[in-house]
Write a protein that binds this ligand. Structure first.
Ligand code: ADP
Length: 656
């Protein structure tokens, strides 16, 4: 079948790489976008950090300022001669209790002597606390001199930790009353003063001028220092710095998820593109294989000498191969789609072809095919042998008929020629046989003719002498007639044997044929002092056969038998012909009592031109076997148990 697979070109190298290039670009853009988003995020977080730090600074500033103004407020009363009222005392306690970072409030008179403290301290404690207070004194002096609050440097206290002081001068109507000192615990200030949310995000540490960390909120160190902010801690100043480090920034899940899903999806795209390419490659390989297969099949079809022709169930031609077109002389275009009657049907045999066509449509052709006579486009006759088989599609449905058509014109012509030659050979053989028997037959014919002549002479003499009466005359004429019929019978047999006619099949009685044959050979047998015995079955069925051919077989076999008995004594010189019906066959047995057949002769007996006789031609048995086979029968032989040979001719009663 002509399966045409369209040629699909392979994509060019750049086209094949296009999806990957696009994908790589897409990925690059996505990565750049994510990177930009991240850096934007970091900028934003840094801005937030700065904002928060500024806020913290202001907050601390505000807090310290507020404490200073509170200390100013209570200072006048603390340093008055009457001492602090209960209200001031409560206010002080409140100040110390609230998370102000203030560890203590001490108030000093104008000469710098301690007037009181909250919480109160023992002297030793006070001196110890203020032990390193040389700076404290200078701070006091500076506050007194400037009339403004002054923050002192930090110092380490005995229990650990660092403190610093703020000296707030107190005046009453321009009279310097003394100084109220607010002692701050640096640690408390940092820990308490910053709100929870700030310490959750940042670690805050205070470093002194030497860079040592002297207070910190949270002992947990941040994972990295990449978001660190340092600023001077002023007030209190004196080289203190605040160091704010952001803990790890909050994880931005959405961009990460986005990135992850983009990577995942991109991988999926790469994978599926790769799979698609593999699939495509496999498909292309399959298509290539199909194409080669199709080309191979096409080449096969084109080189085929058998005509192929497909028809659908309505008899419409759906396919013809080049051999069929060559055979009938019509092109595929002229034939495909045609319905019966076809242009190549021979008009003279149209009925027979229509019959064959109907038979095919009803169930195909027999195994041996059907012979039909077709006509080429140029008018030439064509003998074709057609084999038709059902066309079954992939789903097992019967869709039509596929026919193989063989041009057997030449074979048929050769067959016919061979048949004619056979026939001529047979006729020649009969003539030869007849020639061999001619003298005996002439002698045989001579007898009745001589008898006729003698009866005639006798009759004429008696008529002249007038000594003849009517009954006698009648008797002589009867004898004359008998002899004439005898002569006529001999001539009829000879004529019947040698006549040439088209081979024919007629229902004939084998016994009658045997009798005729015996009549023909008998004179010869007599001459050779041999006997022909017959044992013919009474009710033999007629068989379809050519009488001349069957007679030829019988004559040949009987004469061969007689030839084999030349050397035999007189009592054995006989040929016995018997017939009987057996298993749908008529069996003719021709037995002689001659020399028999030697094994080496037996092997070559039926070969043409094989003879052991000096005058023989060696064609007799070969012709006999051909005739038997032409009648779908058999010719064989076996040894005669009584000596000699039995030839057995078996012919079917019905031709199948
Ligand atoms: P031909 O009679 O001309 O020789 P045939 O083909 O009739 O040719 O016979 C071939 C040979 O077969 C004979 O030459 C003979 O040797 C052998 N033959 C045939 N019939 C007999 C027979 N009845 N008995 C013995 N030999 C036979």
């Amino acid at each position: 079948m002509n399966v045409r697979v369209p040629e699909i070109g392979l994509p060019g190298p750049w086209l094949a790489r296009l999806p990957y290039v696009t994908l790589a670009l897409f990925l690059a853009v996505v990565v750049a976008l994510v990177w930009l988003t991240r850096s934007h995020d970091e900028d934003e977080q840094r801005a937030i950090l700065i904002n928060d730090v500024l806020w913290m600074e202001q907050n601390l500033q505000f807090h310290l300022d507020r404490n200073v103004s509170l200390l100013e407020q209570v200072g006048t009363e603390l340093l008055s001669a009457d001492g602090p009222s209960a209200q001031t005392d409560a206010a002080l306690r409140q100040m110390l209790r609230t998370e102000s970072g203030l560890a203590q409030v001490v108030w000093l008179d104008a000469r710098g002597n301690r007037r009181g403290a909250m919480p109160p301290l023992s002297d030793a404690q006070f001196i110890d606390e203020m032990g390193g207070a040389v700076p404290a004194e200078s701070v006091f002096r500076l506050a007194r001199a400037t009339g403004r609050r002054v923050y002192g440097p930090t110092y380490e206290v005995a229990g650990g930790g660092h403190q610093f002081e703020v000296h707030v001068p107190v005046y009453s109507r321009d009279a310097f009353l003394g100084v109220v000192v607010g002692v701050y615990s640096l640690q408390d200030l940092v820990v308490r003063e910053l709100p929870w949310w700030f310490s959750e995000r940042y670690r805050v540490a205070v470093r002194n001028a030497e860079g040592h960390e002297i207070a910190a909120k949270s002992k947990v160190a941040p994972l990295s220092n990449d978001r660190l902010y340092t600023m001077p801690f002023d007030p209190p100043g004196h080289g203190l710095t605040l160091e704010i480090t952001a803990y790890r920034g909050e994880t931005r899940w959405i961009p990460m998820l986005l990135m992850a899903s983009i990577i995942l999806l991109s991988s999926a795209i790469v994978w599926s593109t790769w799979q698609l390419r593999r699939q495509l490659a496999r498909r292309q390989a399959a298509e290539q294989a199909l194409r080669s297969e199709s080309v191979f099949r096409k080449a096969m079809e084109d080189s085929l000498l058998t005509g192929l022709r497909a028809r659908d169930l309505e008899g419409r031609i759906t396919y013809v191969n080049p051999a069929f077109c060559r055979m009938v002389g019509y092109s595929a275009e002229e034939l495909i789609g045609r319905t019966p009657p076809m242009p190549y049907w021979d008009p003279e045999h149209i009925e027979r072809i229509q019959e064959v066509h109907d038979q095919i449509m009803a169930g195909g052709t027999p195994h041996e095919g059907v012979e039909v006579r077709l006509r080429r486009k140029n008018g030439e006759r064509l003998d074709a042998l057609i084999f038709e088989a059902p066309l079954i599609d992939a789903s097992g449905r019967h869709t039509g008929w596929m026919g193989s058509v063989l041009d057997i014109t030449e074979q048929k012509r050769a067959r016919e020629l061979a048949r004619q030659q056979d026939e001529r050979l047979q006729a020649t053989s009969r003539l030869i046989t007849m020639g061999e028997m001619a003298s005996t037959l002439a002698h045989e014919l001579n007898q009745p003719l001589a008898a006729i002549a003698s009866y005639n002479t006798g009759c004429l003499n008696r008529l002249e002498a007038e000594t003849i009466d009517r009954p006698e005359l009648k008797e002589i004429h009867a004898k004359l007639g008998r002899q004439a019929r005898r002569a006529g019978e001999i001539i009829r047999r000879v004529h019947g044997f040698v006549r040439r006619s088209e081979p024919k099949r007629e229902e004939l009685d084998v016994n009658t044929i045997i009798r005729d044959a015996v009549g023909l050979i008998e004179p010869d047998a007599r001459k050779r002092r041999m006997r022909i015995e017959t044992d013919l079955a009474a009710h033999l069925p007629d068989i379809p056969a050519d009488p001349v051919m069957i007679e030829q077989v019988i004559v040949n076999l009987v004469r061969n038998g007689m030839d084999a008995m030349r050397e035999q004594p007189a009592e054995r010189r006989k040929v016995r012909i018997s017939t009987r019906e057996e298993g749908g066959h008529v069996i003719v047995r021709i037995a002689d009592f001659g020399c028999g057949i030697a094994p080496e002769t037996a092997r070559r007996l039926f070969e043409p031109f094989f003879t052991t006789k000096s005058e023989g031609m060696g064609m007799g048995l070969n012709i006999c076997r051909s005739i038997a086979e032409l009648h779908r029968g058999r010719l064989g032989f076996e040894a005669n148990p009584e000596g000699g040979t039995i030839f057995i001719l078996s012919l079917p009663v019905e031709l199948s």
